[in-house]
Write a protein that binds this ligand. Structure first.
Ligand SMILES: [Zn+2]
Length: 254
């Protein structure tokens, strides 16, 4: 969404769009139980061959929280989401993909798009002040993650090389009492962390705020491009566990 002028630097933000549903819809149902038998092989359906943003040169990816933005419970939810990916990667690739320091890392970096020489690692920001959520991301976006690709062709398996990133969460409209919808922070964080490690959405670009027509078969993937909330209770769905599609695709990156 944000583009730098240089040829070898590309910063693209991906967002998770929130959709309102009456709960007759399958997505509002209870989350499937986690299947601890993780997939170890690359499984890439033909309609997902371009659903990647790149692969990180250095792993694990260090994640710091912006000083003053987060309380302990919120950090705990995001760390738990990172650990969900880590448990999978430890099983499939022998080591964690994220280094959160258990939530201990902090950064005072200003909220600006990183570049290829950024030294702060990945910083996680909260936007809560009225009007602070960027208009270009859209008011129905719960979170946004941008990654910077710095070079092409030399990343793992030939994907663009990712070297920096940032994540932001939309507390203006979500996650707290009195906002449009109460979403589960861990659910949204699992999705955003999937972007951070290099996955694009499970089913292609969003048009007019809605997933494309081929999407329903990937509804249970955490990288499905939308989160749902019940229009009656205004409480969001919980989807904290990786689907087999998330696992199979992630295995193709590293
Ligand atoms: Zn997304």
């Amino acid at each position: 969404m944000l583009m730098d002028g240089s040829l070898n630097l590309r910063f693209v933000a991906r967002v998770l769009v929130v959709l309102t549903l009456a709960c007759s819809f399958a997505a509002c149902g209870k989350e499937k139980k986690a299947d601890k038998g993780y997939m170890k092989e690359c499984v890439l359906p033909a309609d997902q061959t371009n659903a990647f943003q790149g692969a990180w040169r250095q792993r694990p990816i260090k994640i710091a929280f912006r000083t003053g933005h987060w309380d302990d419970a919120q950090i705990g939810a995001i760390v738990a989401a990172a650990n969900t990916w880590n448990e999978f990667f430890k099983s499939s690739k022998g080591g964690p993909i994220f280094d959160t320091g258990g939530g201990a890392y902090r950064s005072t970096a200003n909220l600006t798009a990183p570049n290829c020489s950024s030294t702060d690692g990945v910083v996680v920001y909260k936007r809560q002040a009225a009007g602070s959520w960027p208009a270009e991301l859209g008011p129905s976006a719960a979170g946004a993650t941008g990654v910077v690709s710095c070079g092409f062709g030399n990343g793992a398996n030939g994907y663009p090389i990712l070297a920096a990133g940032m994540m932001e969460f939309n507390f203006v409209n979500y996650f707290r009492e009195g906002t449009t919808a109460l979403l589960d922070l861990q659910t949204v964080a699992v999705h955003e962390l999937g972007h951070l490690l290099g996955l694009d959405h499970a089913c292609g670009p969003i048009k007019n705020g809605k997933p494309n027509a081929s999407c329903p078969k990937y509804l249970s993937a955490v990288m499905y491009p939308s989160a749902f909330y019940d229009s009656a209770t205004r409480v969001g769905q919980i989807k904290r566990n990786l689907d087999t599609n998330d696992q199979g695709r992630a295995n193709c990156l590293y």
